[in-house]
Design a protein. Structure first.
Length: 96
């Protein structure tokens, strides 16, 4: 679980990130979860965009994916959300 200070720190990092994963009309699939899992291991923090043709709610989707990937939901703005998970092998982000 993240503290408020850690969440604020991660938000500041995520501010400069572009979404690297997009969720379309196919929704949450096994392949999508694998991609997000791999991206979190490599980068620790990622931004995901839900496309307009998807009928998914942003916060609901973010929480579901966070649970499936064992990651932390950081924030959602509009149709984008940020996830964080500490990497096992290549740790880059030091939380305050």
């Amino acid at each position: 679980m993240l503290t408020g200070r850690q969440r604020s720190y991660l938000k500041s990092i995520a501010n400069g990130l572009d979404p690297i994963i997009q969720i379309g009309k196919n929704g949450i699939s096994e392949n999508l979860i694998k991609q997000i899992d791999d991206a979190l291991e490599a980068r620790e923090i990622i931004k995901v965009k839900i496309l307009n043709n998807s009928l998914l709610e942003t916060k609901e989707t973010a929480n579901k994916i966070a649970k499936l990937t064992d990651s932390e939901f950081v924030q959602s703005i509009g149709n984008k959300f940020v996830l964080y998970r500490e990497s096992k092998d290549n740790k880059k982000i030091e939380l305050p």
